[in-house]
Design a protein around this ligand. Sequence first.
Ligand code: NAD
Length: 445
Amino acid sequence: MKLAIFGTGYVGLVSGACLAEVGHDVLCMDVDQAKIDQLRAGTIPIWEPGLQPIVERNLAEGRLRFTTDAAEAVRHAEVQFIAVGTPPDEDGSADLQYVLAVAEEIARHMPGYRVIVNKSTVPVGTAGKVQERIAQVLAERGETVAFDVVSNPEFLKEGAAVADFLKPDRILVGTRSARAQERMREIYEPFNRNHERTLFTDVRSAELTKYAANAMLATRISLMNELANLAERLDADIEEVRKGIGADPRIGYHFIYPGCGYGGSCFPKDVRALGRIAEQVGYDAPLLRAVEAVNERQKNTLFAKLADHFGGAGGLAGRTIAVWGLAFKPNTDDLREAPSRSLIEALWQHGARVQAYDPVAMDEMRRLYGPRADLALASNKYSVLEGADALAICTEWQQFRAPDFDEMASLLQAKVIADGRNLYPPDRLRAAGWHYYGIGRPERP
Ligand code: NAD
């Protein structure tokens, strides 16, 4: 089938490449000329495992193409995906300007029936707004053209986006139009061979489901962080507690890791946006506020532990802190709302220098902060330790799980680790003379 996709970010590019991979003829449109030039040359602007070969293969075979010409994209296909950003507004609500701009483009150029599929994460009622905007533009054109607006939220995870898209847990399609359902069924047929994964529902429920999923996952993390902070004060070990509760199938082991807070482009903004959605319908949602507040506090936890170690925040002035992991989670270069940034910015504010290393997010770090005297980016996980007064771990990259502690000790000024991901057994490290601070773990020697 011919498909057009607006937006070539994490969602648009991965969706476009994977839909081409199963045989569809995909034209991706983006307003960012530089990005489109890069993509045409086969250069991927993001780091996402498995994406490069799929893009290369489908470009070479002509099933995946890129353009900045909206009219061409609208003419190309009956089905038009919207996968542009929905960043937070000043008040935390999702900013729909990019989604509505695409809706206008589609309406301006559509020559006949179109299915407009919204993949961006948007508040309940957005499909209605898209519908209105398209109808308005069509009225200005003085033409009647049939169309359907479908909600098809995307559940892929950065770092495993290709695998998630090719083998989704579910494909959610919100529309009651039989004509649109038929098109959606055809598009996703190749992903349903093993078993049916597509769930058809109404448009508003589909829109809410995406926020509900992210709010549920963020709530699990914030609850675990709340319990971890409590465990620390009760001289209990949250890692023991985690295993004890995870064994209950009603709870399960997934997504109950305590840490230094969640980040990324989705959980923080979606929890906030759902809070604003609740306000708009006059519903008080204290749990959503708490999930966010606990996370904000948790993002400060590594800084607080380091400050304590050095006798208070003032003790950090002039110190050098090494940081392992910048990305908000492993296998991505995404630094949006990453806990590492809260830590690093707090360290700078208190006069500390930072030496940082991340396997893939260094370019993004350079792009965000530029050259600074109080930031050094090292080429590997050991060289970053040289001369530092302590190590802070922000991301649980595999390569940090079993390091050579003797080598680390020889490079650091002092054997101090603030571990935001609970990677190591505290007893073993303390027996080897380390000052080891985990999350929610007893701090006895
Ligand atoms: P992104 O910021 O990586 O990419 C958005 C792209 O849209 C950019 O390349 C931008 O240039 C382009 N764009 C903006 N206006 C445009 C226009 N008028 N026409 C064409 N292109 C335009 O965003 P993302 O991370 O891919 O997220 C997109 C949406 O998907 C958001 O609503 C997000 O919440 C949701 N989502 C993201 C993820 C994720 O893991 N990143 C997962 C699920 C859902």
